[in-house]
Ligand binder design. Structure first.
Ligand code: C5P
Length: 230
């Protein structure tokens, strides 16, 4: 069996402050988008891909897509809207409710191929699904809104939510529809699934699966990719 892949890539990456969306910046001569899709393809060569792109995107080149079965889906206003559009495209292809869908941010090109395989094995065996995650290493502070510490959070039991996040198509559609109806802001799939009262599995993944967000992240991602290749 092979999953459906959803790659939201319709963001404009405002926090990067670059002249183009961050998925089109290059690392070692290759776009972030091409790196990310190539990692996913190495783990799931037969997967069916939905790539969410801004309707007015004029940087994208289909030559960067290594999958033979893929479709372009219009992005929405927020990440979650892009994912919802992709899920509707998957339904339109006749996938059933039990189909597994892995959602992976285009901005995470360093995801490890064996982490991808392990996540898929775990979620294939789980009625709900799960996500790659890494235990928090730093001590966590909560601010008081004025630049001072209000409290120290207990980091024991805290995890960074990474991607991919993998769920059954039916569960994910119900979760995102409910979040939308309730006006809840969801920044990942798992939080919407949790709001249904379900418990996604935490699948420990490598900490270097960073999300390129700020300018300094790009060089770091380049170093991680180079180190992983050597
Ligand atoms: O901006 P941020 O890094 O949180 O975006 C996470 C992912 O969601 C990125 O891969 C981005 O391209 C995608 N996204 C999207 N549609 C939007 C906003 C973000 O597909 N409207």
């Amino acid at each position: 069996p092979t999953p459906w892949l959803v790659v939201p890539a319709a963001g404009c990456g405002r926090r990067m402050g670059a002249d183009r969306p961050k998925q089109y910046l290059t690392l070692g001569g290759r776009t972030v988008l091409a790196h990310t899709l190539s990692r996913l393809h190495a783990a799931f060569p037969e997967a069916r891909l939905c790539l969410c792109l801004d309707a007015e995107d004029d940087h994208f080149d289909p030559a960067w897509v290594p999958f033979s079965d893929w479709r372009r889906v219009d992005g929405g206003a927020e990440r979650v809207d892009s994912v919802v559009n992709a899920l509707e495209a998957i339904v339109a292809e006749g996938a059933d409710e039990q189909a597994l869908v892995l959602v992976h941010d285009v901005a995470r090109p360093c995801v490890d191929v064996s982490d991808l395989a392990r996540l898929f094995a775990v979620v294939s065996d789980d009625p709900v699904g799960g996500l790659l995650a890494a235990p928090v290493a730093d001590t966590m502070k909560r601010d008081d809104g004025a630049g001072q510490v209000a409290s120290t959070e207990d980091r024991a039991g805290l995890w960074h939510a990474l991607t991919p996040q993998g769920f059954r198509l039916g569960v994910l559609r119900r979760a995102l529809a409910r979040a939308h109806a309730d006006g809840v802001v969801v920044t990942d799939e798992a939080s919407a699934v949790e709001a249904l009262g379900l418990s996604p599995r935490l699948v420990p993944g490598r900490r270097d699966n960073l999300k390129i967000t700020h300018p300094e992240d790009l060089a770091l991602a380049g170093q991680i990719l180079a180190a992983q290749a050597s």
